[in-house]
Design a protein around this ligand. Structure first.
Ligand code: OOG
Ligand code: MG
Length: 262
């Protein structure tokens, strides 16, 4: 760790305030170029503790930057993990209030819900499928607190991987028997196809994203508990949205998820 605990706490408060006040800030590595990976996750942990202290419930975990489309779009090379919250939940077919967000973008994702704990190191796709209760389609609305969505990996980890809102919908399925790797995804914005992809875009197989999360947590002596909801990361690149836009994403085998921005 390169940063003092008081600096970590201050940076977490700074990012929490930016989110709550709906204003962008410069990426934190500009002022703290010496911060390391442990600092980045320590800031995310402090951010989580601040929110929980206010009564926010953590509803699940997320992986981000798991697809080449996303890594290329954001100019980074490694996946990251974060958490999702009760206040981030939006109903399928519902409305997302853009006045509470800075510059939202939408991602089509595949979500997993576990029925057994998963721990690393050594967690693999087989372990994940055996421990999965069901998969379901999801949309994630990301909203980096950083100006113009410009960040490096350490800054985005501290900012809880741009997590903002999410929608769960469609049809839940047992993953055994559906071909998650070849599962097609079509995203429409205002009735026009804006992005397409397949499950394999996510680290070759979406279950690999869950395995990677278990292995990342395992390195810290933590695990993914049974009953955890996990967003595995955008299949396609993220699509910018604004007030008035409608998003509908169709997933092969898993139905569709939609959302309107008001
Ligand atoms: C970071 C979060 C990326 C995903 O699914 O890849 C993410 C960002 O691009 O702002 O959630
Ligand atoms: Mg995402």
């Amino acid at each position: 760790m390169a940063l003092h605990t008081t600096t970590i706490q201050k940076l977490a408060e700074h990012l929490d305030a930016a989110e709550n006040e709906c204003r962008d800030v410069v990426k934190i590595t500009d002022e703290h170029p010496d911060m390391d990976w442990d600092d980045a996750y320590a800031i995310q942990d402090a951010l989580r503790a601040i929110k929980e202290g206010r009564g926010v419930r953590i509803t699940g975990l997320k992986m981000g930057l798991t697809s080449h489309a996303k890594m290329k779009q954001m100019g980074v090379k490694d996946p990251v993990r974060g958490f999702i919250t009760d206040y981030g939940m939006v109903a399928d077919g519902g409305e997302c209030d853009t006045s509470t967000l800075i510059h939202p973008k939408v991602e089509a994702e595949i979500a997993f819900v576990t029925k057994k704990a998963l721990s690393g190191p050594g967690c693999h796709i087989g372990d994940v499928l055996a421990a999965t209760d069901f998969v379901l389609p999801a949309l994630e609305i990301i909203d980096s607190r950083y100006r113009d969505f410009k960040f490096d990996l350490k800054s985005v980890i501290a900012d809880n991987t741009s997590a903002a809102r999410y929608v769960l919908g469609g049809r839940s399925c047992n993953p055994v028997g559906i071909d998650l790797k070849n599962l097609g995804v079509v995203m429409e914005k205002n009735g026009v196809v804006v992005a397409t992809g397949a499950g394999s875009a996510v680290l070759g197989h979406p279950a690999q994203s869950v395995a990677m999360l278990a292995n990342m947590l395992g390195a810290r002596g933590e695990e993914i508990p049974a009953g955890t909801l996990i967003l595995t990361g955008g299949v396609t690149e993220a699509v910018a949205v604004e007030k008035g836009d409608s998003i509908n994403v169709r997933y092969q085998h898993l139905g569709s998820v939609s959302l309107r921005f008001v």
